[in-house]
Design a protein around this ligand. Structure first.
Ligand code: ZN
Length: 365
């Protein structure tokens, strides 16, 4: 990951060109330039560039730096040397370059609905820090985020959206656990979701957590206010602990509980013990897009289990991702066999802890 195709020379020449184009002339080399991976500026300087850019944007005094034909030619010939990696929502009211008043080759931006950090986003962030050497990662949420709001309200979503927004579930749950309701709940969940993406980035990427631990990368969170253009910088102290040894021991224990739960669920299903089988599903929060409500889904399951005859359900390769102490995702290979039908699929369950027991809130087909 830390080996890179650029020669020392190309990195240096690119940085000098990049630096000459920065707005703040006082920003020069931060630290020793003798290491191939040394960024051109420090994380704090990168953060200051973003803050200054937003101040200009708010004042109606944007300078639109680095948007000249010469900048296009420079970055094309010498490569990109952005100073920050940003994960932002795709919302069209969050124009990242504009709100920070930056131009071409300045910001390495990952845009995805709900500014979630799942595999593709994490890989892209690893590229931004490990290959492009940005000293700063920013997770940027925004007010009135549709993705977060949908998860908080439990709106029905179809297609691939459930798999996209499942990263937001732990954040929404934390906000609900605070007893918030209405607008206050949404506002808090948007903030929690920024922290969640930071946690996901650091807990699912050894590269990123290593760089952060070594002090080579700083990870910050912010919420962009679409009402007035302000960027609200979040307190890094408020972010949930991502990776301590106690957290990892707790995660192992939770993963064990989840594996047991998933096996017991399959057993209840295979033995066609309807009552026991249904108990594995959350009464409050289980959602399936195929049925208009839980009662309709339940009737379907009861009938299915009654009519199907003897079945066999075997699970192998059970994987667990502990999202936080109350939320987890389990993926496994499921072999199903009845008299008239059999299949082998990879399946996912989303589970949450309710009154000491793990309950299924989502189930893939
Ligand atoms: Zn959004």
């Amino acid at each position: 990951m830390f080996d890179h195709p650029l020669t020392r020379r190309s990195v240096l020449s690119g940085m000098v060109i990049g630096m000459s184009a920065l707005v703040l002339p006082k920003l020069l080399w931060a630290g020793d330039a003798g290491h191939g991976t040394a960024p051109a500026i420090s994380a704090d300087q990168a953060l200051q560039l973003l803050k200054d850019g937003n101040t200009r944007f708010l004042a109606g005094k944007s300078e639109h730096p680095n948007l000249t034909p010469q900048r296009i030619a420079d970055t094309s010939a010498n490569g990109q040397h952005p100073f920050v990696t940003i994960i932002s929502c795709s919302d069209s009211r969050v124009p990242v370059e504009h709100l920070f008043d930056r131009g071409i080759g300045d910001l390495f931006v990952i845009r995805v609905a709900g500014n979630v950090a799942d595999t593709d986003e994490i890989g892209t962030a690893e590229y931004g820090t490990g290959h492009l050497f940005t000293p700063l990662i920013l997770v940027l949420g925004h007010t009135k985020c549709g993705a977060v709001t949908a998860v908080v309200k439990g709106d029905k979503v179809g297609g691939s959206i459930p798999k996209l927004v499942d990263n937001i579930i732990p954040a929404a749950q934390r906000s609900k656990d605070k007893g918030l309701t209405g607008d206050a709940l949404i506002v808090d969940a948007i903030r929690e979701n920024v922290y969640q993406s930071i946690t996901d980035l650091l807990s699912h990427s050894e590269e990123l957590s290593h760089l952060e631990h070594e002090g080579k990368v700083k990870v910050v969170g912010a919420v962009y206010h679409i009402e007035d253009g302000t960027v609200e910088w979040l307190n890094p102290e408020s972010r949930p602990v991502a990776h301590s040894s106690t957290a990892s021991v707790a995660s192992d224990a939770i993963a064990g509980e989840i594996k047991q739960t998933v096996q017991a669920w399959a057993q209840a299903w295979a033995s066609r013990n309807v009552g026991k089988y249904l108990e594995f599903y959350s009464v409050e929060d289980f959602f399936t897009e195929k049925f208009s409500n839980r009662a309709a889904w339940e009737r379907n399951r009861v009938k299915m289990l009654k009519d199907v005859g003897a079945i066999r359900v075997a699970l192998t390769d059970i994987q667990v991702a502990v999202l936080d102490p109350r939320n987890a995702r389990s993926t496994f290979t499921q072999e199903y066999r009845s008299k008239n039908y059999q299949d082998k699929t990879r399946k996912t369950l989303i589970l949450q802890k309710e009154d000491g027991a793990w309950k299924i809130t989502r189930e893939s087909d």
